[in-house]
Ligand binder design. Structure first.
Ligand SMILES: CCCCC/C=C\C/C=C\C/C=C\C/C=C\CCCC(=O)SCCNC(=O)CCNC(=O)[C@H](O)C(C)(C)COP(=O)(O)OP(=O)(O)OC[C@H]1O[C@@H](n2cnc3c(N)ncnc32)[C@H](O)[C@@H]1OP(=O)(O)O
Length: 162
């Protein structure tokens, strides 16, 4: 599933990361993140915080696509192994490592410019399953309304590879 106003994956979010994710063979979720000038930290290189954001997105999408349950990031760890230059594409492969009650463990590797490129970033995260009231009670009601309307319009509820 896909929320159009998400900073990570929303198509219409100006300055967003525009990450696309899809389930692939072997129960992994693959995502691509194209690094542009807008994502710079040090000159010519991606900002580490935005790379962490890209992994939050890729890992969240893994939870959403493989488990189809609402969950939020509780903990996110990143290892920055190599610089990620502006103009490069990070190929992220994420997997589900385990589920224990409400706790969902996921991890991912990000490779530079090719599916078999060198590993530049690795991440692990704990997502925690929440009820829909998490969003209705903590989030803006208008946003939830918009989300629901869009889902109804598209008739696409938790589809794999929408
Ligand atoms: C209609 C809306 C649908 C939304 C869809 C939602 C999900 C996504 C699915 C598909 C979408 C596709 C892509 C999504 C892409 C990106 C997703 C980005 C995700 C985010 O960007 S999301 C924003 C950042 N995120 C937060 O805004 C969370 C703020 N936070 C809280 O809201 C609470 O903190 C919460 C709920 C996390 C827990 O609170 P709580 O009271 O419900 O539960 P509790 O504290 O008991 O934790 C239960 C067990 O998790 C362990 N635990 C918890 N936190 C831990 C930590 N940090 N380290 C180690 N263990 C931890 C405890 O130790 C306990 O473990 P145990 O059961 O063993 O004791």
């Amino acid at each position: 599933m896909h929320y159009n106003e998400c900073f990570g994956c929303g198509d219409d979010v100006e300055g967003g990361l525009h990450i696309q994710s899809a389930v692939a063979e072997g129960m992994v979720v693959v995502s691509q993140f194209e690094v542009t000038d807008a994502h710079q930290g040090a000159p010519g290189l991606a900002h580490g915080g935005l790379l962490a954001c890209a992994f939050d997105e890729a890992l969240g999408s893994t939870v959403g696509n493989l488990l189809r349950r609402p969950a939020v990031t509780g903990r996110l760890e990143t290892d920055f192994r190599r610089p990620v230059p502006v103009g490069s594409t990070l190929h992220i492969v994420a997997r589900l490592d385990g589920v224990a009650g409400r706790k969902i463990y996921v991890s991912a590797d990000g490779r530079l410019d090719a599916e078999d490129g060198p590993i530049a970033v690795q991440a692990r995260a704990l997502f925690v399953t929440v009820g829909f009231e998490h969003f209705t009670s903590h989030g803006h009601t208008d946003a939830m309304q918009k989300f629901r309307q869009a889902r109804t319009r598209e008739r696409e509820d938790w589809d794999i590879n929408p």
